[in-house]
Design a protein around this ligand. Sequence first.
Ligand code: HEM
Length: 98
Amino acid sequence: MSFFELHRHSDFWEKPEVFDPDRFAPENKKDFSNYYFPFGAGPRMCIGNNFAMYEMIMTVASVVKKYKLSSQSSEIVLNPMLTLKPSEALIKFDERQT
Ligand code: HEM
């Protein structure tokens, strides 16, 4: 199954292309838990699930603490390899003044 398609399917998600982290708030869990499988499901589900989530939170937090990120482009071209990669996504890092 394509998780990419499932996670953007308009039958299951309201405004699927909109970046809306609040859709994943704990109080909305019943709305998305049947259609959201970033780490697979069942007996072969990803064993790195919790590790990956903590790693991402710590990495993003330490980067945005030091830098303000911005992009000139409004659209990101996707490059589907073994994992889904962005292509031509140029991001500018401005060091934050402390
Ligand atoms: C954002 C990061 C990650 C994503 C989105 C991800 C996603 C997935 C998915 C979709 C599967 C297939 C699950 C299934 O067949 O139902 C999987 C399997 C697996 N993942 Fe991850 N993963 C991530 C990070 C990691 C990390 C950090 C590790 C190890 C430290 C890891 C180890 C594994 C292993 C060993 C399997 C195979 C489990 C099995 O077949 O029994 N993954 N992952």
